[in-house]
Design a protein around this ligand. Structure first.
Ligand code: TYC
Length: 127
């Protein structure tokens, strides 16, 4: 018997395979592929989500600016620009994050807005 180890590459996927021959003349039979394992884990990029603030008529501008500073790390000028963009256009993307971070930001905004009894809405949307 003889054993042949070989590697097949299909794009990023690497398969390790082993073939065995029991023949005296050492010919390999196609039916004797014994093993195929993935050696390189497929690297998946996490999908990204836009966090969006929506306009309304009642949430104070200062509160929206505070939210943008506190949870999205904007400075006063950036926060003011984004708040005005929401005020004038109806909405603005305030950041783009992996799912769990986007989810946390939305929760933080909604929790503080409810606590202060403002009708501010914050949503997330797949990029
Ligand atoms: N339109 C609000 C006002 O005039 C301000 C505002 C801005 C509200 C952004 C929500 O996401 C918002 N007081």
């Amino acid at each position: 018997m003889s054993v042949l180890h070989f590697t097949i590459r299909v794009g990023e996927l690497i398969l390790n395979a082993t073939r065995m021959s029991h023949d005296d003349d050492e010919r390999f039979d196609d039916a004797e592929i014994a093993l195929a394992t993935r050696t390189k884990p497929k690297a998946k990029r996490p999908s990204l989500y836009k966090v969006i603030l929506l306009n309304d008529d009642y949430t104070p501008m200062d509160f929206v600016i505070l939210i943008l500073e506190k949870y999205f790390n904007y400075g006063i000028d950036g926060a003011t620009d984004i708040m005005m963009q929401v005020h004038e256009k109806g909405l603005a993307v305030v950041g783009i994050f992996p799912f769990e971070i986007a989810e946390t930001k939305v929760q933080q905004v909604m929790t503080l807005a409810r606590q202060k009894q403002h009708p501010l809405q914050c949503i997330m949307e797949k990029e």
